[in-house]
Design a protein. Structure first.
Length: 295
């Protein structure tokens, strides 16, 4: 019997002979979540053996396809150059913001978008042979918010996260249970809490979890008029507390990775990059995020 995977292999070889390049492809995946987010995948022509996987989560008003072809989003080039697979989830919600507000997405296996994306990651590992020990996630704006939520709900699936211009996990909560609801208190920078309280928000999303967690790289612009810059410090408070480290940087690099940016390290697992004078959203720096991922 000819297996499905050998048909796929033959097809890839045939496409290669025809000179057709790799493309972003929508795939069905085993999804037991209520959320019907779409899974799109990009397997580069020169994919490496047991490839790393980078999950790239789009912003509001975008989609997997739009984000993939956005010239400011460099992950396709990274994938082509280094041979890792990229996974592009596409939001099912009106306005295409991710659901980072309802209880079902803010809890492990609660049925929301976070669970749908976790299912996509498992499918990328099981069906596309991605290395489960090298799964990384990046995203901008709503995608960055989802990055923080996924780091809290599925810490066992991710090794490192690099988020641009988001808010802490659980900051956009909707008191009335709204799905993908906007939250002015958080976006305006008025959602302030102690590091311990923010850490508890994360721990409560996956109670009892005591395994490893992804290292977190947090980018934010000082002139962000959409998600107030205060969210940067609140997010740093959250993850330093989760990792049990001080909120005083262990090292600071001025004008790094570029002029007017400042990089603060909080031990090995938390890094904040504050972009002075930059608005919403900080442009993705492929080199710096790949470096954080070890790619
Ligand atoms: C959904 O699938 C995941 C992965 O197989 C599993 O861990 C989880 O328990 C399932 N959740 C539900 C609600 O069935
Ligand atoms: C917005 O989020 C904050 C937490 O950041 C929460 O306390 C507040 O209730 C939320 N607002 C609404 C209208 O749900
Ligand atoms: C960690 O959690 C697992 C599974 O819930 C449990 O079996 C184990 O005893 C826990 N370990 C510690 C050190 O708490
Ligand atoms: C991105 O970061 C790298 C360091 O990781 C730096 O060398 C480079 O200049 C940055 N790129 C841009 C466009 O600033």
């Amino acid at each position: 019997m000819v297996g499905f995977s050998s048909i796929v292999t033959a097809t890839v070889v045939l496409l290669g002979e025809l000179g057709l390049a790799a493309q972003l492809t929508k795939v069905n995946y085993p999804n037991n979540a209520t959320s019907k987010a779409e899974m799109w995948i990009y397997v580069p022509d020169k994919v490496v053996a047991s490839p790393p996987l980078v999950v790239v989560v789009h912003s509001c008003q975008s989609s997997a396809q739009a984000y993939f072809s956005n010239s400011k989003i460099p992950w396709r080039q990274g994938s082509d150059r280094k041979g890792y697979i990229t996974l592009w989830p596409s939001s099912p919600n009106s306005g295409t913001c991710w659901d980072v507000s309802s209880r079902r997405s803010l809890s492990r296996n609660g049925g929301g978008d976070s669970q749908a994306i976790a299912n996509m990651i498992l499918h990328a590992i099981g069906r596309y042979g991605a290395d489960r020990e090298r799964v990384y996630l990046t995203g901008g704006s709503s995608g960055a918010m989802m990055g923080n939520v996924l780091a809290a709900t599925y810490p066992d699936l991710l090794k490192a996260v690099s988020v641009y211009s988001g808010v802490p996990a659980g900051c956009f909560v909707s008191a009335s249970g709204g799905v993908a609801a906007w939250n002015n208190t958080c976006s305006g920078g008025q959602s302030r809490a102690s590091a311990e309280q923010w850490g508890n928000v994360v721990r409560n999303m996956y109670p009892g979890y005591n395994g490893s967690r992804p290292k977190m790289q947090i980018w934010h612009g000082s002139a962000d008029g959409t998600l107030a810059p205060a969210n940067f410090q609140e997010t740093i408070k959250q993850w330093t507390n989760v990792f049990g480290v001080s909120q005083t940087p262990t090292s600071t690099l001025r004008n790094y990775p570029q002029a007017n940016y400042q990089t603060d390290n909080y031990g090995e697992n938390v890094q904040g990059i504050y972009a002075n004078g930059v608005g919403h959203s900080v442009p993705a720096n492929l080199t710096a995020s790949e470096l954080w991922f070890g790619l």
